[in-house]
Design a protein around this ligand. Structure first.
Ligand code: ADP
Length: 143
C-alpha cells in the first residue's frame, strides 16, 4: 500500500473536471485519505517545482498555477505512485493517449489537469509539503 500526492491544477478546477478526475481515481480503487483546497503561493511553487525553476517557461507555469485555487489529494492504494502516473498519462496532454486523464481533459503541455508524485521518495516529500500529519486520515477502507 502506497500513498501519493496529487494536485488538481487550475485548468481542472476552472474547467469543472475535478469530479471526473476524482471518479477516475476512485474507479481505479484508490482511497482518498486527504483533500484540501488552497491557493498556492510563489514560495510553495518554487519549492515544488524546483526542478523546472530555471526553465524559460517557469514564469508561465507560476502564473498558471496561481490563477485559481488548487486541490491537493493524498491517495492510497497498491502501487499508487506508478499507477496514478499511468492514469494521468505523459506531461504533454497533446501526446497523451485517449483514456488517460491528460489525454481526455488536458489542453497543452502546461495545462495538463493534475500533478502526481513521480517516485515513492518524492511522494513522501510532497505529502509533507502539502499536508500536516493530522490532515491525512487512517480509517477502515470498507464499512
Ligand atoms: P510532470 O508534471 O509530468 O511530472 P514536469 O515535472 O516535467 O512534468 O513539469 C512540471 C509541470 O510544468 C508540468 O506538469 C507542466 O504543467 C509544466 N511544464 C512542463 N514542461 C513544460 C513546457 N515545455 N512548457 C510549459 N509548461 C511545461
Amino acid at each position: 500500500m502506497e500513498t501519493t500526492l496529487i494536485l488538481l491544477k487550475p485548468d481542472c478546477i476552472t474547467g469543472r473536471k475535478a469530479g471526473e478526475v476524482f471518479k477516475r481515481f476512485e474507479d481505479a480503487g484508490f482511497q482518498i485519505r486527504g483533500c484540501k483546497m488552497f491557493r498556492a503561493d510563489a514560495g510553495l511553487l518554487r519549492e515544488h517545482y524546483a526542478h523546472i525553476a530555471t526553465k524559460p517557461f517557469f514564469p508561465e507555469v507560476e502564473a498558471f498555477m496561481t490563477a485559481s485555487p488548487v486541490i491537493a489529494l493524498a491517495l492510497s492504494g497498491e502501487n499508487a505512485v506508478e499507477r496514478i502516473r499511468e492514469l494521468l498519462g505523459p506531461t504533454d496532454s497533446t501526446k497523451a493517449a485517449k483514456g488517460t486523464i491528460r489525454g481526455d481533459f488536458g489542453q497543452t503541455v502546461m495545462k495538463n489537469i493534475a500533478h502526481a508524485s513521480d517516485t515513492r521518495e518524492n511522494a513522501e516529500i510532497e505529502l509533507k509539503r502539502f499536508f500536516k500529519p493530522d490532515e491525512i486520515f487512517d480509517y477502515a477502507m470498507s464499512l
